[in-house]
Design a protein around this ligand. Structure first.
Ligand SMILES: NC(=O)c1ccc[n+]([C@@H]2O[C@H](COP(=O)([O-])OP(=O)(O)OC[C@H]3O[C@@H](n4cnc5c(N)ncnc54)[C@H](OP(=O)(O)O)[C@@H]3O)[C@@H](O)[C@H]2O)c1
Length: 311
């Protein structure tokens, strides 16, 4: 399958910007649907072949209009926290279903869907459950299409790279906080994966028939505890705050306060997500992509310390 025209939902975000840049380099015409074109025009419209449309992605007719004439759709829309009850359901469960339906309606041959490691309709957090329901709906839509819609699903652990919110957020916090960092779930495990490796997988999958109908977990080469990762961040930015691991009941009280404040630094739902290890079993990166996942130690020092814009 030759892919020369792609439509991306959530293409203005951290992962989306990396994928759009790579597709642009490869000469792929990329249409990004966004809720706010003005906000992203300077970063994305400079990329050759990239166009931005401000539109309502929850309207089926709008989706069909934008999908017509494209060779593939990539859905990256996702949120970490709800502003109001039901936001997870709409963005993670309902939207993937609408996207898959619109794909079937217009005869779209290819759909790449971003889920998350730990996504599970029976998972402990609302985030994981909503992602799990969306993932299952998209996978099923591919199966039901009798070979007309080829679906591939990705489930990454935490993603790091230029512009990430994980390392940049902890770096900003460590710089601002006075004496010590009270850390919830310090022993939670995760296996961060480089955004360029995630991009490699997406771009390869677009036209590789071996990935049709598949669901891939994506991880970096090594698992860490949250405490390890925060300590590593300190070592890179040169702060020396004590990292105090909180017992779960104190963390829950901390989250009850923080989730009410602007920025929602931590929510009770985040804590529930962290109660399940976010690591890959078996090989960290699927062999079909033919690459060695990069370690965070070989990448994070190149951007941490200068990218302080993210809160
Ligand atoms: N970053 C990670 O560590 C990580 C790990 C595992 C899985 N993932 C998944 O990977 C995907 C991309 O992550 P990311 O880090 O790139 O996220 P991001 O930077 O927050 O970008 C997500 C994009 O989705 C769109 N969006 C957000 N909320 C929306 C809503 N309520 N309705 C419609 N559109 C909305 C936004 O586009 P507009 O503002 O332009 O509309 C935004 O640019 C998400 O599905 C996420 O769950 C990320």
């Amino acid at each position: 399958m030759i892919i020369s025209k792609v439509c991306i939902l959530g293409g203005t975000g951290f992962v989306g910007r990396h994928i759009a840049a790579r597709l642009s380099q490869q000469g792929v015409q990329t249409r990004i649907l966004t809720r706010n074109r003005e906000q992203h025009r300077e970063t994305l419209l400079v990329l050759p072949g990239v166009e931005l449309f401000e539109t309502n992605i929850y309207d089926p007719a709008t989706l069909e209009t934008h999908f017509r004439g494209r060779d593939a759709v990539i859905n990256l829309v996702g949120i970490l926290n709800e502003h109001k009850r039901g936001d997870f359901h709409i963005a993670h469960s309902e939207l993937p279903r609408l996207v898959a339906n619109a794909c079937v309606k217009v005869g779209m041959p290819r759909l790449l869907h971003m889920s998350a490691l730990g996504a599970d309709p029976a998972g402990p957090s609302a985030y994981q459950r909503s992602k799990g329901i969306g993932q299952e709906a998209v996978h099923q839509a591919g199966k039901d299409s009798a070979g007309l819609l080829m679906v591939t699903i990705f489930r990454p652990s935490v993603i790091f790279g230029e512009g990430d919110s994980f390392f940049n957020r902890f770096a900003n916090l460590l710089r601002r906080i006075p004496f010590f960092l009270p850390l919830a779930k310090p022993n939670a495990k995760m296996q961060p994966v480089w955004v360029e490796n995630v991009t490699d997988a997406y771009v390869e999958a677009l036209s590789n028939p071996g990935t049709y109908g598949q669901i891939y977990d994506l991880c970096g080469p090594k698992a860490y505890t949250l405490r390890d990762l925060v300590a590593y961040t300190q070592s890179l930015i040169g702060t020396n705050k004590a990292i105090i691991g909180l017992p779960d009941w104190v963390a829950m009280m901390q989250a009850m306060v923080l989730e009410k404040l602007p920025g929602q630094l931590l929510t009770r739902d985040n804590l529930l997500s962290l109660s399940v290890d976010n690591i890959c079993t078996g090989s960290c990166f699927p062999a079909i992509f033919g690459l060695q996942a990069r370690s965070l130690e070989s990448v994070v020092p190149s951007y941490l310390g200068r990218d302080v814009s993210k809160g």
